[in-house]
Ligand binder design. Sequence first.
Ligand SMILES: Cc1ncc(COP(=O)(O)O)c(C=O)c1O
Length: 368
Amino acid sequence: MLIVNLLPLDLEKRFKLSNLIRKSVQNLKGYVPGEQPFDQNIIKLNTNENPYLPSPDVQDILSMVEISNLNKYPDPNCTELKKVIADLHNCSVDEVFIGNGSDEILSLSVKSFVEKNEVVGFFDPSYSLYSVLADIENINYEFLDLDEKFEFNGSFNSKIKLFLIANPNAPTGLSLSNDLMLKLVKNKKSVLLIDEAYADFSKNNFMHFALEYENCLITRSLSKSYSLAGIRCGYCIGNKNLIAALNKIKDSYNINYLTQEIARVAILDQRTMKANVEAINQTKNILENKLKELGFEVFPSETNFIWVKPLGISAKKLYNLLMKENILVRYFDNNPKTKDFLRITIGTAPEIFNLIDVLNNIINNNLK
Ligand SMILES: Cc1ncc(COP(=O)(O)O)c(C=O)c1O
């Protein structure tokens, strides 16, 4: 009897609670990040982390951290970190913005630059966070369709106010052409944000656009080439008016004290970052050649991951078989354009040799 009386009340309460949540959030399909398994035995090649240690200066700075500084708020302007980034890119500090990961900069850009009746544009496929950021703000977005070679041959909708363009693109690893980028940036009615999370692995980048064109922002991440995904730090360079807009709406203390210190010394140590990138690029070549020998379609990667289409076995089946062998790669089954492919992060050389052995066995057994 008691239960019967309580149920309607409970339902009513739940109904009211959901009304308290914005419609766009109620209906939102949130971003699904790659798994972070706790099992240390798994070879983790699914989230494009860097398998090597960051600069040894990071360890040094951590041992010098004064815990008596932790009671204070961090520098809201990241003054010292900005100076180091400005020096690296030959720009002034007011052309630099620092985010809690480059993801935060993408999110603040959607909030800063796009009105409700305007549109955000990005490639399909590309980084799947972009559509989620537009959905959170209840802003329309338009996919710019890539063809079967994952290249763009279409035209642009004039209502697009903000282009979010990953270069090199993810999950394909391909770099975009100079011509395409020029076409995008010369359209002065939109902000062109070029998401260069993987640029340190690439031969080309568009950082010069950020200083040449006032409607262009370039974001960079410390999560990939600097081996610092755990500290959450990214930055962007661009015209100081766009940077000032981002500064207006950021949380006052978006970058914590430890992150500011660690990022500063890591960026100063370009040598370690470049050596790690070189090691990854070499291992990548070995894996690319091996997969081509096995008959896989391998796209030319300018990143720390490769985008491949297996031969003689479906991507989904291969993903599951690798999982059984404790090797985790990334499979995107939610998009018809990506469901036949796997994205494999380049791990250490021993991890990749292990992957190659397992792949040899799977493919040989499967083709028998
Ligand atoms: C294209 C792209 N941009 C941005 C990010 C996120 O970078 P951060 O860790 O700096 O937020 C990722 C992460 O995988 C990515 O693939």
